[in-house]
Design a protein. Structure first.
Length: 233
């Protein structure tokens, strides 16, 4: 049973969403502010967190920043209808997905299940040995899908499950262009729709992480209006 942490200062959302998730077979922990959630996470990390952005004591952005210093667990942001800037910023900070309020609880459940399936696929040894699960070595890059590990020039790079899947898709075929639609298919289930901005934000975050270990990293090339390409260095 996966443990889902739901963090929101709206008690109606906490009550209704937690009831829905529990009915779907999840174990749910609820918190009404970011600091309370962080204190609990420091004692025991959940399998996934669903975070509201605007909360008292510590907002969702601050909480995500603290979490990304210690874990790559999947995170979904709950955003207000018109907060496009917050959505983009959250993705660049390392969130895996976002859902706009007011939202369908069925949609949220599908997003949660999709992320958990992807997390399991890249972080356990239960994945069959296929082209997607083989170790990838491309110049300075080494990826091990079964261990969810990435190294660049011998240095470890910690990636979220979404960032890992995007890098894997690009690095598997150096020099070939992947459109945003193709990358969406890799990173998200068919029933989950995301827009171009979501993929772009994940790529920017991925580049930032690679450049944190190598300022000269330039292996991921943007082809404006087309997509992205991995160039082996």
């Amino acid at each position: 049973m996966s443990r889902i942490a739901l963090v929101d200062d709206d008690r109606n959302i906490l009550t209704s969403v937690s009831m829905t998730l529990e009915a779907e077979g999840f174990e749910v922990e609820t918190y009404n502010d970011g600091q309370s959630a962080l204190d609990a996470f420091n004692r025991r990390m959940p399998d996934m967190a669903v975070l509201d952005i605007k909360m008292p004591r510590m907002d969702g952005m601050d909480l995500l920043q603290r979490l990304r210093q210690k874990t790559t667990m999947p995170v979904i942001f709950l955003t207000s209808k018109d907060d496009e800037i917050d959505e983009v910023l959250g993705l660049r900070m390392g969130a895996d997905d976002y859902v706009k309020k007011p939202f369908s609880q069925r949609l949220l459940v599908e997003r949660i299940r999709a992320l958990l399936r992807r997390q399991e696929a890249v972080s356990t040894g239960e994945v069959p040995v296929t082209e997607e699960s083989k170790i990838i070595e491309r110049g300075n890059l080494r990826m091990d899908p079964l261990r969810h590990s990435v190294m660049w020039k011998g240095k470890d790079v910690s990636l979220t499950v979404t960032e890992f899947l995007l890098l894997q898709a690009l690095a598997q075929r150096p020099g070939f262009v992947k459109s945003r639609d193709q990358l969406m298919d890799v990173a998200y289930d068919d029933q989950v729709y995301v827009d171009d901005r979501t993929i772009d934000s994940h790529i920017k975050r991925l580049r930032k992480k690679m450049r944190s270990v190598d300022e000269e990293f330039s292996a991921i090339e943007t082809l404006y209006g087309i997509g992205y390409r991995y160039n082996e260095e």
